[in-house]
Design a protein around this ligand. Structure first.
Ligand code: SF4
Length: 240
């Protein structure tokens, strides 16, 4: 084993201040047409105030760029629920951001994907809940597997780099090989196997989501165990 001595100048270097924030992530809205049982967004969304307006987000973009941010994530909720997404992307592009849309795919029509391309969107991250239609649709409480598959094809048709994102937990952790095969067949450049973030609905449903050596997993258990579902009042407000 060899030991490399640091040059005296490096060894004695003073502690430096952190660099500028390079990534800016905007949670544009908490609204979402899906109802994922592992959603990390607030469960008391009905009491959250109004979303920031377009001009507020544009101001945030300018301030972040002045601080040194170079990469932008547009997230939510479902960012496509905002009808001002295109002007926000156009402004970010004019400021020189590399822009990533983080989406469930619901609402990403061909007209919208073309408009976002024209506005300067660089990259799309598309989420699936699982590699199987049954589990994807159960976990999101929507029939969206086919729609997401079509959106994946559209993303490639418009020549975007694509990240395929799947949040892992007890109900799909045995499907990683199938998830990777699905991502490959869809032409994804990257795969994100994300840990469940135990906030919001995921915290509420943690007993059903936390993997355990002693727990029988899907598909061995034929009927998925029910998770807590949001109230009707919550649904009325366009959220889980
Ligand atoms: S986790 Fe599901 S419900 Fe929550 S914002 Fe993402 S797609 Fe929507």
């Amino acid at each position: 084993m060899s030991v490399v001595a640091l040059p005296a100048r490096e060894a004695a270097a003073p502690v430096t201040r952190p660099g500028p924030p390079l990534w800016l992530l905007l949670e544009l809205t908490y609204r979402c047409p899906l109802h994922c049982v592992f959603c990390y967004n607030p469960t008391d969304f009905a009491r959250v105030g109004a979303e920031l307006k377009t001009d507020d987000w544009i101001r945030v973009l300018h301030e972040a760029r002045a601080l040194g941010a170079v990469q932008l994530g547009l997230s939510g909720g479902e960012p496509l629920a905002r009808d001002d997404l295109e002007p926000i992307v156009a402004e970010a592009h004019s400021l020189g951001f590399y822009i990533n849309l983080i989406t469930s795919g619901v609402g990403l029509t061909e007209a919208r994907i073309a408009a976002l391309k024209a506005a300067g969107l660089d990259h799309i991250q598309l989420s699936f809940q699982d590699s199987t239609r049954a589990m994807n649709d159960f976990l999101s409480s929507t029939r969206t597997f086919e729609l997401k598959s079509k959106v994946a094809a559209l993303i490639k048709k418009y020549d975007y780099p694509m990240v395929l994102n799947v949040v892992l937990h007890r109900l799909n952790i045995d499907h990683v090989a199938e998830i990777l095969a699905m991502a490959e067949s869809m032409g994804a450049e990257y795969v994100e196997l994300a840990n469940t973030q135990y906030y919001g609905w995921a915290w509420l449903n943690r007993a059903q989501l936390m993997p355990s050596r002693n727990t029988e997993c899907w598909p061995a258990r034929r009927t998925p165990r029910p998770c807590s579902r949001p109230s009707r009042e919550y649904r009325r407000r366009d959220r889980c």
